[in-house]
Design a protein around this ligand. Structure first.
Ligand code: GLU
Length: 275
């Protein structure tokens, strides 16, 4: 019997967890099998690949959840999950879970399931330090960059398309590179993503996040449709929040960026079923 698939492995982990309960242990042992987790590779502070090293808040939450499901860090296979590919990757069984600044939306929920939310961000703008743009109402006639397949680009199309020139690229890091070259007036996506990009040493002192978020982005754990894992994953996230590990991870990954999460929506409260 093949044991590399998520369902089988997690079921084994549950059995192992049950077996351990009587002697006071927790978690399980997934027996060396791997779990494939989709993250961003180019979003510092959230999901970032540096050689063989993967860092960021999404990575830390993913590791915590995977550990609770019975996988060691070594059992995790990190897979790049760009915004435009996330649904397809889940539908085609290319990944088992996605932690990639992935907002829970009704449209996405038609084709994938979501556990969580494990964080609540808001869409904002990144502009040059001396820019007079302070919110979406100032975007008339401006060139704006966002990412294909994101809620951020969709919001611009829905609400501001008439007066702005939207450029869509595959990743936010590319948008910021363009802006530093002077061809873009603003980059738009979630505030926490923009803060992480702006804090990169190469951009120190160049850009500012306008700090007036105009959407609510609930970061979910993307899962194949029909999953039975939401309760276990939500329990793991709740444990991470209650233990203080969530706050520790958030602080460590946003340190030095000037970013403060919205305290009215963070940490989120989770149910015991899929979002
Ligand atoms: N959270 C938004 C989304 O899921 C924007 C960030 C991203 O593209 O990952 O589309």
């Amino acid at each position: 019997m093949r044991k590399t698939r998520f369902g089988t492995v997690a079921a084994m982990a549950a059995v192992a967890a049950l077996a351990l309960t009587s002697c006071g242990g927790s978690g399980g042992d997934a027996d060396g099998d791997t779990i494939r987790i989709g993250i961003k590779f180019d979003q510092p502070g959230l999901g970032f690949k540096d050689g063989d090293n993967y860092t960021g808040f999404d990575v830390d939450v993913a590791k915590y959840v995977a550990n609770e499901l019975g996988y060691t860090d070594e059992n995790i296979e990190w897979v790049s999950a760009p915004s435009a590919n996330r649904e397809t990757m889940l539908q085609n069984n290319q990944v088992d879970m996605i932690f990639a600044t992935y907002s829970i939306t009704d449209e996405r929920n038609q084709v994938v399931d979501f556990a969580g939310p494990y964080f609540v961000a808001g869409q904002d703008l990144l502009v040059a330090n001396d820019s007079d743009i302070s919110g979406p109402e100032d975007l008339n006639g401006k060139t704006l960059c966002s990412v294909t397949g994101s809620t951020s680009a969709q919001k611009v199309k829905d609400a501001y398309a008439e007066n702005t020139n939207l450029q869509e690229l595959p990743g936010y890091a590319e948008c910021v590179t363009q802006m530093s070259g002077g061809t873009i007036d603003a980059v738009t996506t979630d505030d926490i993503i923009l803060a992480g990009l702006a804090a990169q040493p190469a951009y120190q002192g160049k850009f500012k996040v306008t700090g007036a978020p105009f959407t609510e982005e609930n970061y979910g754990v993307g899962l194949p449709e029909g999953t039975d894992k939401c309760a276990d994953i939500n329990a793991a996230i709740t444990k991470m929040i209650d233990s203080g590990a969530w706050e520790e991870a958030l602080n460590a990954n946003t340190e030095g960026t000037g970013y403060t999460p919205n305290p009215d929506t963070n940490p989120p409260t989770l149910g015991d079923s899929c979002a």
